[in-house]
Design a protein around this ligand. Structure first.
Ligand code: MN
Length: 252
């Protein structure tokens, strides 16, 4: 078994080392191709106007100056010389990727690119309260990751399907099981513009989120992680709204 690992936080991120370790518990044939600089929020973008530069940092560890999608393509086409891995793991992201985060996430995009290239792919994120002292509890992902992968690999997924896994912000032994969930949705009203002033009295802006504590609906990724469970959401690269397609098809 061969595993390719990537992420969006960068090749030196602690979560990447955690995921590499998880991968090594399955096989010694683990390759890491990850962005040279933090690509959080890069989503499924490709570098089309700049060349891709790649450096080998360690045996089987490469840093690409590009996005997570670039890394997966470079990993399979160049590093692995078109010998596809059996599995692509992306993460473990610093912070959760839940609800609409999925569409902004470079971590999830690594799994999307892997799926498009015909490889089973899983995105991993470790939820962490903003400003938690000591950072995310990486041990939770490390302890529970192998079991989640094992259980997912034992089932058929179907074409174009990938998995989004989020570990809750709890110590490993306080996790309350695994829940298969649907993608949730937060209120976009919490997204606002924070205006500040530079030393030249010119305004500049930060996109900012207001954190609210609401109980998200049962069955969602948000609810599972909020209640201390590991969330596993099956996602599809096909974004077609099939119910609308069927309804419209009859009317046109
Ligand atoms: Mn990230």
């Amino acid at each position: 078994m061969r595993i390719l690992v990537t992420n969006d936080d960068g090749f030196d991120a602690p979560g990447l080392a955690v995921l590499r370790e998880i991968a090594l518990s399955f096989t010694p044939d683990v390759w890491v191709v990850a962005p040279e600089v933090d690509q959080s929020g890069a989503a499924h973008s490709l570098s089309l106007r700049d060349p891709l530069r790649m450096k080998q940092w360690e045996e089987r560890l490469y840093a690409v100056r590009g996005t997570p999608a670039d890394c997966v393509i470079m990993g399979i086409r160049l590093v692995l010389k078109n010998e596809k891995p059996d599995l692509i793991l992306s993460g473990v992201n610093r912070g959760s990727n839940l609800a609409e985060d999925i569409t902004y996430s470079g971590t999830v995009a690594g799994a999307i690119e892997g799926t498009l290239m015909g490889v089973r792919s899983i995105a991993f994120s470790q939820a962490s309260a903003f400003g938690r002292p000591g950072g995310p509890i990486w041990d939770t992902a490390k302890q529970h990751g192998p079991k989640v992968i094992e259980r997912l690999l034992a089932l058929p997924w179907g074409d174009g399907v990938f998995m989004n896994v989020n570990f809750p912000d709890r110590e490993a032994d306080a996790v309350e099981g695994i829940e298969v969930t649907r993608q949730g949705l937060r209120s976009h009203e919490r997204l606002h513009i924070d205006q500040r002033s530079d030393t030249w009295q010119q305004p500049y802006y930060w996109l900012a989120y207001q954190f609210r504590h609401a109980e998200p609906p049962d069955g969602t990724d948000l609810n599972a992680v909020h209640n201390g469970r590991i969330s596993v959401t099956p996602l599809s690269v096909d974004l077609t709204a099939h119910s609308v397609l069927a309804a419209f098809a009859a009317k046109f």
